[in-house]
Ligand binder design. Structure first.
Ligand code: FAD
Length: 516
């Protein structure tokens, strides 16, 4: 069996794990990052897209609010090109407790979240589709965040500092030698080959799966409650600012404009299994109703797709924590040497995508303590690859780039403006023939047609590049279509139903995709 050795092994390639790999590699450690799927295919790739100002938590969870605003400020300096500076509004709708607005204002002051009260008329001028009955409005520095770009920038940055990145490698066993974790066994989920990694310190950044990983290591009481939430993407930007209802956090109270769409979310239901991605029709119907409260007419707009993700809500059963609903959204680093007398293993869980950098910093500080090293964190001031301070992306940036070279490139995906050149480059960079991996990399097929017009073109390009035979290309196409379908069927009404019928005629009628 093949074997690798490293100083720091990171399990979990979401925002947290990729952040840990970047931080540890920058501090000069030899790093390997593994994930059982593609990077950012866990909760990170299934989140709401909001770069929190912290406003959501100022009353209910001030610690989480302080962490969010602190990280929001730092990310604007070091990772601006993954952020759209949409700004955010908290508005009191006729459905909200009018008394909350003053508590919100006071909470912002206490947690240092910048907040400016504006006239409702001004908020309505800024966002004309908002409920005209709003009575109070506050501006906060929310934004939206492209998570796939973030995670891949972190992974590529880590790789440039020597890290090895292994997606599609699942940890199946944790090696333990008395009071020490010494490494793990992995299976390459694509080839079935097994691999051992020996590591000085193993970091479990497995989010909602952290309890399972701790179990593998024989460590008790790491209880991560998967809190499932659904989100629905609408086919265009109903708002250009993140809009939040000014009330205690509840279901369906935020709309985030992200790239070419806007996303409403979310819910929070405790589930037993972090792999539970089921979506009930009543949740979808309720979410569309919630949208009406913020943006009247919301239900009549075209819903593109619905998906769910699971929050890693950590409850330490070694400590005396009783409540489940109000578990903090701040993060927890468990140094198992201090907590359980087991050297060589650290768990990082909880937190938010917005706070991934701080989570990584705290984790790698714990790694240093275990290894007896004193290496300061550099991620506070080191920009991510391709990022300039405060140089945010803008929704129209791909159109602008395309118009500069109008004749040079064929357009493969009209919705997300992906050119043939960009697609070929992505296939080469990722070294993957899974079209769904390329979707996460380029947002290919994520617009209104959900791949209906672009994905067979992309399949042809992939096959034409010679790296994949016709059978594998067809398999990749079929898996992509099946994956998209999962998110489309719960919102089949109106224009999206017409689109789905058209896609079905193309895929079944013209291509007979199931029998390719
Ligand atoms: C519905 C919802 C909406 C949210 N919205 C926001 C938001 O708008 N803004 C915000 O800041 N935060 C948001 N969050 C929170 C945020 O998404 C998560 O806190 C964050 O993405 C967690 O990242 P992570 O890297 O810790 O976990 P994950 O992204 O889940 O990464 C864990 C990884 O571990 C891997 N893994 C598990 N087991 C194994 C194994 N045995 N071997 C190898 N790999 C393994 C998984 O495949 C996974 O990729 C939201 C969460 C939810 C559920």
């Amino acid at each position: 069996m093949a074997a690798l050795t490293t100083e720091v092994l990171v399990i979990g390639g979401g925002a947290t794990g990729a952040g840990v790999a970047w931080d540890a590699a920058l501090r000069g450690f030899d790093v390997i990052l593994v994930d059982r799927h593609d990077l950012a295919q866990g909760t990170s790739g299934r989140f709401h897209g909001l770069l929190h100002s912290g406003g959501r938590y100022v009353v209910k969870d001030p610690k989480a609010a302080e962490e969010c605003i602190g990280e929001n400020r730092i990310l604007r300096q070091v990772a601006a090109d993954v952020i759209e500076d949409t700004g955010g509004l908290f508005v009191t709708t006729p459905f909200d407790d009018p008394g909350y607005a003053d508590r919100f204002k006071e909470g912002c002051r206490a947690t240092d979240v910048p907040c400016e009260e504006i006239e409702p008329a001004e908020a309505l001028r800024q966002e004309p589709r908002l409920n005209p009955g709003i009575s109070r409005a506050f501006r906060v520095p929310d934004g939206s965040m492209d998570i796939w770009k973030t995670v891949w920038s972190l992974a590529r940055g880590a790789r440039e500092h020597g890290a090895r990145i292994l997606p599609y490698h699942e940890v199946t066993a944790v090696h333990r030698n008395d009071g020490e974790v010494t490494g793990v066994r992995l299976v390459d989920t694509r080839s079935g080959n097994e691999l051992d990694i020996e590591a000085g310190v193993t970091v479990s950044a497995t989010g909602a799966w952290a309890g399972q990983l701790a179990d593998m290591a024989g460590i008790e009481g790491v209880h991560v409650m998967p809190g499932k939430g659904i989100m629905i993407a609408m086919n265009h930007r109903l708002v250009n600012t993140v809009v939040n209802r000014c009330q205690m956090p509840t279901d369906g109270d935020i709309i985030v404009p992200i790239r070419t769409v806007s996303v409403i979310g979310t819910t929070d239901h405790h589930v037993e299994d972090p792999d539970d991605q089921s979506i009930a029709q009543h949740e979808v119907d309720a979410m569309l109703e919630d949208g009406e409260r913020l943006v009247p007419g919301f239900k009549e707009s075209r819903a593109l797709r619905v998906w769910s993700g699971v929050r890693p809500l950590f409850e330490d059963r070694k400590e005396d924590t009783a409540s489940t609903r109000d578990i903090t959204r701040a993060h927890s680093v468990l140094d198992h040497k201090e907590r359980d007398g087991v050297r060589g293993l650290i768990t990082i869980t909880g937190g938010k995508a917005t706070t991934f950098r701080l989570m990584a910093e705290d984790t790698v500080d714990a790694v240093c303590r275990q290894l007896g090293e004193n290496r300061p964190c550099l991620t506070r001031t080191t920009p991510l690859r391709d990022s300039e301070p405060l140089q945010y992306y803008h929704v129209s940036h791909r159109l602008k780039e395309k118009e500069e070279h109008l004749r040079d490139a064929q357009l493969i995906c009209e919705c997300e403006l992906v050119t043939r050149g960009r697609l070929e480059e992505a296939f080469r960079q990722r070294g993957s023939s899974e079209l769904d991996d390329i979707r996460r990399y380029l947002r290919l097929g994520m617009g209104p047609c959900q791949g209906g017009f672009c994905i067979y073109r992309a399949t042809g390009v992939l096959h034409g590049m010679g790296g994949i035979d016709a059978e594998d290309a067809n398999g990749s196409l079929l898996r992509f279509v099946q994956e998209r379908w999962k998110g489309v069927w719960p919102v089949l009404y109106g224009d999206q139903l017409r689109q789905a019928r058209l896609d079905e005629w193309i895929f079944q009628g013209v291509l007979d995709v199931e029998h390719l």
